[in-house]
Write a protein that binds this ligand. Sequence first.
Ligand code: ADP
Ligand code: MG
Length: 184
Amino acid sequence: MTGTGKGLLELRLGSEEETARLGAALARAVAPFAARAPFVVHLRGDLGAGKTTLARAWLAALGHRGPVRSPTYTLVEGYEGEGWRAWHLDLYRLVDPGELEMLGIRDLLAVPGLLLVEWPERGGESVPPADLVLALSHDGSPGRRRARLEAQTARGTEALGRLDPASSRRGRGGEAGRDGSRSC
Ligand SMILES: Nc1ncnc2c1ncn2[C@@H]1O[C@H](COP(=O)(O)OP(=O)(O)O)[C@@H](O)[C@H]1O
Ligand SMILES: [Mg+2]
């Protein structure tokens, strides 16, 4: 782990499991913020970098049970549980950023919740600005990745400060709900 500044964190992820643990650690760190207002995370990286893998682990740590479909064709999938709400967007196939407005992106920002946005760059100006940008990239061997986390807002910086990156290595499991409660 390398902390290169208050709002910047770089991690090496040695396996898919470590990527999943980072997703779970982020879920715990961000949950209190997303419970109060929309919290936007941009997930950047090439195809196969691990964006959906991380998003799945994030949602599972929030308490989601069941499949998390990649929203490649639907563009957006919504999830909710006790005390949390999340939307997972994948804009890879977005043809025109105007589609996002038709999809009701503004409505998603009208209530507290988490927005995990894969391929945010495809949405141009229509994509809400990030509190946190997470960029994943390949790192040598097939199972290894690098993660670069950059806070873009004060809330993003605070959330990053709450992140326990060691837990992405130790593999602490558990829930990320406000009071650790499990929801179905
Ligand atoms: N360290 C790692 N982190 C995330 N995924 C990994 C890792 N190592 C191998 N993989 C594999 O890479 C692929 C990542 O796919 P996916 O999460 O759908 O990527 P993306 O959404 O960025 O296109 C999966 O097949 C996963 O099993
Ligand atoms: Mg994906």
